[in-house]
Design a protein around this ligand. Structure first.
Ligand SMILES: [Fe+2]
Ligand SMILES: [Fe+2]
Length: 291
C-alpha cells in the first residue's frame, strides 16, 4: 500500500485561510468587454454551466456553516476553518451572480437531476456523509473547471473559471482534512458504511455528465466520455493518495473507463494535493496558465 500524502494541521489551514481572506477583496472580475458568443447556443450553454456552478457554491456555503456550528463543541479552531471556508464559497457565489448578469443570464430554478441531488444531500445528517459528499463535489467541480479552461477562449469566462479552478482545487485537500478529523471519532462500522457510500456516490457522479452534457457542452466543449473519465480519475486518485481513509473506487467502473490504478498518480492529480494547496495559500501566486 502506498504511503499517505502529507498532512497539515488545523492551525495551518486556519492561518492559510486567514491569509487568503486578507487578499480576497483585491481580486475583481474584469467585465469591461462584452463576450462575443459564436452562437446563441453557446451563450445558453454558458448560462447553464454557471448556474450549475452557482448551485454548488450555494450548497457548499450552507453545509460549511452548518458544520461549523456542529463541531464547535469539540474543536473551536476547526469551526473557524469551516466558517472561513464557507465564506470563500459565499464570495464565489457573489462573483457568479455578477458574472451571470454580465453574460445576460440569471440564477434559474434547478433542473430535475440537480434538484434531486441537492435534495438528497440536504437530508444527510451524519457529519461524515456531509463532508465526504462535499469533498466529492469539490473534486468534480475543480475537474470540470480545469477541463473547461482548456477549451474556453473568452477572457472574462477564463478569469471566472481560473478563480474557481484555483480555489476549488484548494478546497479538495481542505475537505480531506475535515474528513480525517471527523473519522477520528467514528467506529469501524461507521467507516465501513462510509466506504459503501463512497462507491455509490462515485458511480452516481461519474454518470452525471449524461445529464450535464446536453446543457453545457456547447460552452465548455467537454465530451461525455472525457468528463466521466476525468471525474473517475480524480475521484479515485484522490483516495489512492490517502489510503488510511479506506475509500477505494470500484475497480469495475475504472476498467470500463479504461483507467488503471497505476495511472492515478500524475501531474493532473497533483493539482488537488497539499503541495498545490500550499502554492494557493497566496492566491496571487497561482496564474490561470498554471492550472
Ligand atoms: Fe466555490
Ligand atoms: Fe469549494
Amino acid at each position: 500500500m502506498k504511503s499517505s500524502a502529507p498532512q497539515r494541521s488545523t492551525a495551518w489551514w486556519l492561518a492559510t485561510l486567514r491569509r487568503r481572506r486578507e487578499r480576497q477583496d483585491d481580486e475583481q472580475l474584469d467585465l469591461s468587454q462584452p463576450i462575443q458568443w459564436s452562437s446563441p447556443r453557446e451563450k445558453e450553454a454558458a448560462i447553464a454551466f454557471f448556474n450549475a456552478a452557482f448551485r454548488a457554491e450555494e450548497s457548499g456555503l450552507r453545509q460549511a456553516h452548518e458544520l461549523a456550528a456542529s463541531v464547535h463543541e469539540w474543536d473551536p479552531d476547526l469551526t473557524e476553518v469551516l466558517r472561513l471556508y464557507g465564506d470563500e464559497e459565499g464570495w464565489h457565489r457573489e462573483l457568479l451572480t455578477e458574472f451571470l448578469r454580465y453574460i445576460g443570464g440569471e440564477v434559474r430554478p434547478m433542473g430535475r437531476v440537480t434538484r434531486t441531488f441537492y435534495r438528497l444531500y440536504g437530508r444527510a445528517r451524519r457529519m461524515e456523509t456531509i463532508v465526504l459528499t462535499n469533498l466529492m463535489f469539490e473534486t468534480i467541480g475543480s475537474t470540470t473547471y480545469r477541463m473547461a479552461l482548456r477549451n474556453v477562449r473568452h477572457p472574462a469566462a477564463r478569469q471566472m473559471l481560473g478563480i474557481l479552478t484555483r480555489d476549488e482545487s484548494f478546497h479538495v485537500p481542505l475537505n480531506v482534512h475535515f474528513l480525517r478529523r471527523v473519522l477520528e471519532r467514528r467506529s469501524a462500522i461507521e467507516r465501513l458504511r462510509l466506504a459503501l457510500l463512497y462507491r455509490l456516490l462515485f458511480v452516481s457522479l461519474v454518470l452525471l455528465p449524461l445529464a450535464s452534457r446536453p446543457k453545457a457542452m456547447a460552452f465548455d466543449g467537454i465530451s461525455r466520455r472525457d468528463l466521466a473519465r476525468g471525474y473517475a480519475r480524480m475521484l479515485a486518485g484522490l483516495f489512492e493518495r490517502e489510503p488510511d481513509l479506506g475509500l477505494r473506487a470500484p475497480g469495475l467502473v475504472l476498467r470500463v473507463l479504461g483507467i488503471r490504478r497505476s495511472d492515478l498518480d500524475d501531474a493532473e492529480l497533483a493539482q488537488t494535493s497539499i503541495e498545490a494547496a500550499e502554492r494557493a495559500a497566496d492566491r496571487t501566486q497561482v496564474t490561470v496558465s498554471a492550472l
